[in-house]
Design a protein around this ligand. Structure first.
Ligand SMILES: [Zn+2]
Length: 224
């Protein structure tokens, strides 16, 4: 049942153990102070699949968007779902869902016609994102980015085999650029991503790994 997993995330927020509850890093690799807070022009929403939130894994990059200032919603948590649906009904034509559906429009073309006032980014595995996309009102415009690369932001070596996760953050950075947003904000997103990746590398590197294992055993085998 979804609810067990969403409650698992609520439990984590209440009792984060060895982890930072915001960036999901082990506390001494917390990158929160290095991530700038951005006052995004469009309202940014990250819709997490409940399993992603329940796992709060260090390799999830979408949580960075929340750190940067996006609002977090959980698909599978009835209260969040109701609030999100009400919010999205307010401005259907001014919203863009970042999802490569067959009718998706390139972000640059969307911005040229009319810059979106609200962006929804989906986070989960491919099948989960497809389901979340189906759950969202089909009348909401969908958009895609055309310039996202896994290599652009460096330090993604350790994300091999988890391409969709790299894409959540790097696709967002590309989206910002393609929408023609304030270059200072594009820069802040890139800077946040770089700090976020470095802290992941240091947590997963030989020294960090050891610290994690020590802390995990001290905390009674908490999962990463
Ligand atoms: Zn943190």
């Amino acid at each position: 049942m979804p609810h067990n997993l969403t409650f698992r995330y609520c439990d984590f927020l209440a009792h984060p153990g060895v982890k930072c509850p915001r960036c999901w890093r082990v506390a001494n690799h917390c990158c929160c102070p290095m991530v700038p807070t951005v006052k995004f022009r469009p309202h940014v929403i990250v819709l997490f699949h409940y399993e992603e939130l329940g796992q709060h894994s260090a390799s999830n990059t979408a949580v960075l968007l929340h750190l940067l200032g996006a609002d977090l919603f959980c698909c599978g948590l009835p209260e969040h779902e109701a609030r999100l649906q009400a919010l999205l009904r307010e401005d259907v034509s001014g919203t863009a869902v970042l999802f490569p559906s067959p009718d998706a429009v390139p972000a640059a073309a969307l911005a040229e016609a009319e810059a979106p006032r609200r962006i929804v980014v989906l986070d989960g595995g491919w099948a989960q994102c497809k389901k979340m996309n189906q759950w969202l009102d089909p009348a909401l415009p969908r958009c895609v980015v055309e310039t996202a690369t896994r290599e652009e932001f460096g330090a993604t070596r350790r994300y091999r085999g988890q391409a969709h996760r790299v894409q959540t953050a790097s696709a967002f950075a590309a989206l910002w650029r393609e929408l023609g947003e304030d270059p200072r904000h594009v820069q802040a997103v890139a800077q946040g991503l770089s700090a976020f990746m470095s802290s992941f590398e240091s947590q997963m590197g030989p020294v960090g790994r050891l610290t994690v294992l020590e802390q995990r055993s001290a905390a009674g085998g908490e999962r990463m």
